[in-house]
Every structure is written in structure tokens, then in C-alpha cells.
Design a protein around this ligand. Sequence first.
Ligand code: GUN
Length: 280
Amino acid sequence: MTARILDGKAIAAALRARLAERVAALPYSPGLRVVRVGEDPASGVYVRNKDKAAKAAGYDSATIHLPAETTEAELLATIATLNADPVVDGILVQLPLPPRIRTEAAIAAVDPAKDVDGFHPLNAGRLAAGQPGLVPCTPRGVMHILAEAGVVLRGARAVVLGRSQIVGRPMAQLLLGADCTVTIAHSRTRDLPGECRRADILVAAVGRPEMVRADWVAPGVVVIDVGINRLPDGRLVGDVAFGEVAAVAGAITPVPGGVGPMTIACLLQNTLEAAIARRG
Ligand code: GUN
């Protein structure tokens, strides 16, 4: 078998185009502010891509770049200003933050109604309780790919590899909400390959290059690869050994061009929804 390739780039482009149409019909431009602290080079690329996509879709987007020496109090003051600014609908504090700043303090300072990352404990709690709220962008993007691919979720066995606050945990909640039987597997799981082989849907989000091998998956499985890892030779690979797993799986997302583009599209979706909830 050769797996169907799930083209996240195309799905994301279609979603961005639909969002741009909805934005064009509004009497205002949804406001997005991305806060970056310091000089983490990968963050620079991500933040530029978010800003570019937002502007292209008609959003009022700006990046606030604070110096590496910024204190936690200064960052919290910046967030408070954005919370109070009526033209700002969405606030995203780019991670990682310099070690001096407590990530939880920054996340908790964002107005939950403007928390387009969905990282605030109130939004995480709403998701866990099955209540509506802002949902983290990457897991939301994964659900969108599964829907576009026509994957049946009800009753399916889903294994989420990874338990991060940003991807693994919210991913598991969304799949549970869609009536999957969900297992969260992680670095301390006994017999990781065995757990993965039970999956109808496998979402890999561990940040270890090509960890999932062909003998970890059942024939026909739907594989979603959230990992983006740079190898010493410069190649960009996921958490899944793409070539060999694609020979066994029923469908698989590539890296790059799979989940990555969906994250930005879902950030725009969250920002539009936050704007409509605030301003109508
Ligand atoms: N750094 C890496 N991914 C993300 C993300 O989704 N949101 C934020 N704020 N920072 C990140």
C-alpha cells in the first residue's frame, strides 16, 4: 500500500482564502498582535510568516518585538496594554520566552477573550470541560486536516504521541470530543511501538526526528506528523520516518507541507472568531 498524502499546504491555502472573504465582509479589520521577546532565530521566521499571512488575508496585524533584556514586569505591562486596546482582538506571545520570564505568567496575563493561542488556563479548562473557547492552533489544524480528508473519527482508536501543553494534551481533548477512543503516549510509556500499532489515527508530536518507524504502525493507519526537526545535514524531517511509514499507512501528512501551514491558518481563524465574539 502507498499512503494518500494529506496536503496541508493546499488545505491551509483554501482555509486562508475563505477567512479572507469573511474578513473582507466585515466593517473592520480583525486586530492581531504578536509579541516576540529576544532573538530566538526560529521564532523570527514563525513571527514573520504569521504577520505576512495575516496581512495578506486583510487583518490588522503587527509584531511587537521587545529586547532580550525585557523583564517579566515589562512584558506583563505590554500585554496589559494590548488587553485594554479595543482594536486588538488577538494576542499571541511567541514562545519560547527568555528563561528569566515565566512562561505561565505571560500566558495567564493574556485576556482569555483575546487568547488566540488557546494557552490560557481558562481556555485549556474549557476545552477539557467540553465547553466552547479558543483552541490551540496546531491541534485545531490537525482536526481540520482530518475533516477535509474525510477520516471517520467516531469510535476510532486515536493515539497521541506527546503530552505537551501546546499540542499533545489539547489534541487528545479534541479527538475525545469527536468521539475517538484516545490514548496519550509519551516518553515514559511502556511499549511505545505496541501502543502506536493499535492506532487507527496516530498523531505524532514529540519533537524527535523520524522516531515512528514502519513497524510502529498498522496497515491503513492515518498518520499526522506534527514534528518539525532539523537534521545535522540540514534536512527538515518530522517525527515519522516518512518514506517507510507511507508504505504501510493509509494516509499521511508530509513534513514540510502538512500540519505546519495549518497552524497559521488556524491562528487567523481564531483571531476572526475572537473579533466576532468581541465586536460582532
Ligand atoms: N512557538 C512554537 N509554536 C508556537 C505556538 O503555536 N504559539 C506560540 N505562541 N509560540 C510558539
